[in-house]
Write a protein of this length. Sequence first.
Length: 102
Amino acid sequence: MSKRLELHAKLEALLGSSNVYFQPPESLKMKFPAIVYSRTGIEYKRADDDIYTGDTKYSVSIITKDPDLPLVEEFCKHFRFCRHDRHYESKGYNYDVYILYY
């Protein structure tokens, strides 16, 4: 299983549903609460003029009507390299965006 698919399965388990979407098209009708994530880059670690590891960087958004969803506060506890980036509200939904290396 690819690392992205491992991440997808872990996000589904954390959310407790299959409302997890990787780079969804705009035409997709999502169900909420939801997690939407996309790849935003790869961070390489180098030594001796060579690449010895690379971690994929993802932008992960938890989208919910409930601003107090427990997962929002506990999300980074489940990942070694994670940080909360920002929170905003749009059209009655709360968005919490995280930067995650996996």
